[in-house]
Ligand binder design. Structure first.
Ligand SMILES: C[S@@+](CC[C@H](N)C(=O)[O-])C[C@H]1O[C@@H](n2cnc3c(N)ncnc32)[C@H](O)[C@@H]1O
Length: 511
């Protein structure tokens, strides 16, 4: 230590311990949850991990305080992965993982790792969640990622002089496999790898020029993009059904956002109202109210979006939206109708019309205005167990989106039938976010007709928030695969009940 201080007075000298975590013998499908976690109290409950996408990282960068900068976004583009830990649906921290086997562990020092080794770096836990062991939870969660199932070791580094961090890593199960000594200046240094480190297969990659580096990163990026595309369209469906057979489902996923499905909204006020006889044609059933049952409404974003859109597009139409959710906390939040800017946008662009049409400002908060609120009632309902028809009767439009794929198939089937019983004889069902095989068989059994109108665009929109490697997530959804049977039924998210008009029927014939 004293020698290091003396050397550092004369020149740059640093010693890095290279540490290793071995994959546990029994690979846990789910990492054990740390105890005594604080709650963020916002949405749902529970602990989860999620691979971060670029919009989420950009949102954290805008919020500040998360240590996300342009360098990290460049690493994402270069193929590194950021694994988020969520508590009650809120981001509580992250850890980054490099899988390419050639991490630059500090500027000017790139290592070649042995085959089968991941490199873990840049861990961060939000101050509200520190002390609960989330970092170690994230490290364990890395092993549960199917994509890295063939990787057996995870390497990292810690400065030799950082005793607190060394102790923490030791408690997480890391062991030291060797060290690197750096001598020179911060920009130009000689790196000496200990024999133990060389013996374990780690090498220094001597600095190729910046141009070569960039070209290599670009090539890697292109290759990874092509690889993801190839798996997505070939093995993806098989990997996904294997994952869904094994994965645990949870009814605590509550992600939602305003204006989640804009083209669906256009379908609602276009062909769907036409199907219901509520279009503006002479003789249309003017004066008849539109009744909507909207299940699994989460914090109310979807119901308020529908209310605002209908008020804007069809001010002549009387609208009643009965919205419900399993979670009393979410229902209470929905009733309050009060959102922060980041809850409102979820890091995405929200159209100006929606903000102007829906909200009043109260300080920093966005509060749903009376015009939008008075058409929506909120209550608690369980779509699996409650008698929905006995409770809510029938409606012209029934919405149950992004909930069925969180339920095990037998419960999803039961919930689907329960929801469908609340359709009026002429009605429409909005059902984004459910297992595609189930959608084909259940909608066929119920003699519901898929709406062809802009269905591909609507389906692509419904996949916007799903990571590129969708087959690694139980809620992932395959891209529109042209060779699938009954594509409209498989990928359609809007289904019509009752006699359809000639033009709608001719669209449906394609199924
Ligand atoms: C991912 S959110 C979907 C929110 C919204 N429908 C959307 O598409 O943006 C799923 C919601 O389903 C609710 N949920 C889960 N199981 C349910 C059940 N059995 N009955 C009713 N709601 C349920 C959760 O509480 C959560 O709010």
């Amino acid at each position: 230590m004293a020698l290091e201080q003396l050397l550092n007075g004369l020149m740059y000298f640093e010693r890095l311990h290279i540490i290793e975590l071995q994959r546990p013998a029994a690979n846990p499908a789910q990492a054990p949850a740390p105890e005594a976690l604080p709650s963020c109290g916002a949405r749902g409950s529970g602990l989860d991990t999620l691979v971060a996408d670029e919009p989420t990282l950009r949102r954290l960068q805008r919020e500040g305080g998360w240590g996300i900068d342009d360098t990290k976004l460049a690493l994402l583009h270069a193929g590194d992965t950021c694994l988020l830990s969520l508590v009650d649906g809120c981001i509580a921290g992250y850890t980054w993982v490099h899988t390419g086997g050639r991490p630059e562990i500090m500027p000017g020092l790139r290592l070649q790792l042995p085959a089968g080794a991941l490199y873990n770096f840049a861990g961060f836990t939000h101050p509200d969640f520190r002390g609960a062991g989330l970092q170690s939870y994230r490290h364990q969660a890395v092993w549960a990622q199917l994509e890295w199932a063939h990787m057996g070791r995870m390497l990292g580094y810690v400065k030799a002089t950082n005793f607190a961090s060394r102790q923490g890593q030791g408690r997480s199960g890391y062991r030291r496999i060797g060290s690197v000594a750096l001598l020179g200046s911060r920009k130009r240094f000689v790196a000496w790898l200990s024999p133990a480190l060389r013996h374990s297969g780690v090498r220094r990659l001597e600095g190729p020029s910046g141009v070569v580096d960039r070209a290599w990163a670009l090539l890697q990026r292109q290759a990874q993009g092509a690889w993801v595309g190839l798996v997505s369209h070939t093995l993806g469906p098989w990997l996904h059904s294997r994952l869904r057979r094994r994965s645990q489902r949870s009814d605590t996923h509550s992600y939602t956002c305003f204006h989640r499905a804009p083209t669906q909204l256009a379908a609602l006020t276009g062909p769907v109202l036409a199907h219901l006889g509520l279009d503006r044609v002479p003789g249309g059933a003017q004066g008849q109210p539109l009744r909507v049952l909207l299940y699994a409404c989460s914090n109310g974003a979807e119901a308020y979006t529908w209310s605002a859109w209908l008020a804007l597009q069809r001010p002549d139409l009387e609208v009643v939206i009965e919205a419900s959710d399993l979670s009393p906390e979410l229902v209470s939040q929905a009733r309050q109708g009060r959102y922060t800017w980041s809850e409102l946008t979820q890091g995405r662009e929200v159209p100006a019309w929606l903000v102007a049409q829906t909200f009043d400002r109260d300080g920093d908060a966005y509060v749903v205005n009376e015009r939008t609120r008075r058409r929506v009632n909120f209550s608690c309902a369980d779509i699996v167990r409650d008698d929905l028809r006995g409770r809510y009767g029938e409606a012209d439009v029934v919405v149950a989106q992004n909930v069925l794929f969180h339920l095990p198939p037998p419960l999803a089937r039961r919930a689907f039938d329960n929801v469908v019983r609340t359709l009026a004889p002429t009605a429409a069902l909005f059902i984004e976010g459910m297992d595609q095989d189930l959608r084909v068989s259940l909608t066929r059994a119920q003699e519901l007709q898929p709406l062809a109108w802009r269905s591909r665009e609507i389906y692509d929109e419904s996949r916007r928030h799903i990571p590129a490697r969708w087959w690694q997530f139980h809620y992932g959804a395959e891209p529109w695969l042209p060779f699938r049977l009954a594509p409209l039924r498989r990928y359609g998210t809007i289904f019509l009940k009752g006699p359809t008009s000639v033009s709608l029927r001719s669209q449906a014939l394609a199924t």
